[in-house]
Design a binder for this molecule. Structure first.
Ligand SMILES: *[C@@H]1O[C@H](CO)[C@@H](O)[C@H](O)[C@H]1NC(C)=O
Ligand SMILES: *[C@@H]1O[C@H](CO)[C@@H](O)[C@H](O)[C@H]1NC(C)=O
Ligand SMILES: *[C@@H]1O[C@H](CO)[C@@H](O)[C@H](O)[C@H]1NC(C)=O
Length: 288
């Protein structure tokens, strides 16, 4: 599935792997009997027996990963639908979208998090500017050497910048798989765990389509060090995600992110002084 995406000042600008078919990129990881396929649509079901989850067949280092999701309609209280990227092992890196369900008519919350070298605790929460249960919307990670950008319908909602120059570790040498799942999390998800899953409203169904991975694919046999080398632009090879235009947000995107923070963010670990009397280092350096 590799493709030559374009040419850039005489160097080949390589993209690699982009597809819309679930089967080409992903496989169920558990509860196959809770999957339904309907043409391009995939549905995952949560009931009182099981949730369900899928994962990419390959791992990737840098690029962009997008899925379109339509979240559980009606009563989704207690349920969590997650879309995330993660590497393996105790010092893993992870980028998370977690969609926290709610009672009928009450808004979904989106919790995001970033783990670096096994350490998370970087939660942000926002509500959305649309009802994510009515239609499909796209959710993406854009990841390169400079930053990780979380996007909702191409609007940036979170920026995690590489601040290695300030001594802060950045996820850049562990290939990551792409995952999604739906499960019961009524011990914490909805209103802090006060609202429980009402199983009389099961099954809870999340729908997916439009799977796209345009990223540097890392074969399982390749070591992390080699994949970091392979997936970096050099004299002969330029990956599109290393283009200067993608090394920072455009001014339009910066404004969009400010708008999201001002109007839709309901929690930011950076400003939680009860939890972090000394703000995490990366928060001190974040300027947009
Ligand atoms: C699951 O829910 C169904 C329908 O409400 C019920 O008949 C069944 O006993 C439940 N099973 C378990 C394991 O709780
Ligand atoms: C659920 O709805 C309540 C009431 O509108 C809101 O306070 C809460 O943030 C919503 N989301 C979750 C996940 O609890
Ligand atoms: C990385 O390099 C190795 C050895 O040079 C090669 O076999 C492998 O296919 C490369 N992988 C990618 C993703 O380019």
């Amino acid at each position: 599935m590799s493709a030559l995406v374009g040419l850039f000042v005489g160097l080949s600008l390589v993209g690699l792997v982009s597809s819309a078919k679930f089967d080409e990129l992903f496989q169920p990881s558990w509860a196959l009997d809770h999957f339904t396929y309907e043409g391009e649509l995939l549905r995952l079901k949560l009931d009182n027996y099981s949730g369900a989850g899928f994962q990419s067949k390959s791992k990737y280092l840098f690029g962009k990963v997008t899925v379109q999701i339509k979240l559980v309609e009606g009563d989704s209280a207690g349920t969590v639908t997650a879309f995330y990227m993660s590497s393996d092992g105790p010092t893993h890196n992870e980028f998370d979208f977690e969609f926290l369900g709610n009672s009928t008519g009450e808004p979904y919350l989106v919790q995001t998090n970033v783990y670096v070298n096994g350490v998370g605790n970087r939660e942000q929460r926002l509500n959305l500017w649309f009802d994510p249960t009515k239609d499909f919307h796209s959710y993406s990670f854009l990841w390169n050497q400079r930053h990780v950008v979380f996007l909702v319908d191409e609007t940036p909602i979170r920026l995690h910048t590489n601040m290695e120059n300030k001594g802060i570790p950045y996820p850049k040498d562990q290939p990551m798989g792409v995952y999604s799942s739906i499960w019961n999390a009524d011990d914490w998800a909805t209103q802090g765990g006060r609202v429980k899953t009402d199983w009389s409203h099961a099954p809870f169904v999340a729908s997916y389509k439009g799977f796209e991975i345009a990223a540097c694919e890392v074969p399982a046999s390749v070591t992390s060090a080699d994949s970091a080398k392979n997936c970096s632009s050099n004299g002969e090879r330029r990956y599109w995600w290393d283009e200067p235009t993608l090394s920072e947000l455009s001014s339009h995107q910066s404004h969009q992110l400010l708008w999201v923070k001002a109007n839709h963010m309901v929690y930011d670990y950076c400003t939680d002084t009860a939890r972090f009397p000394v703000p995490p280092v990366e928060c001190l350096h974040h300027h947009h």
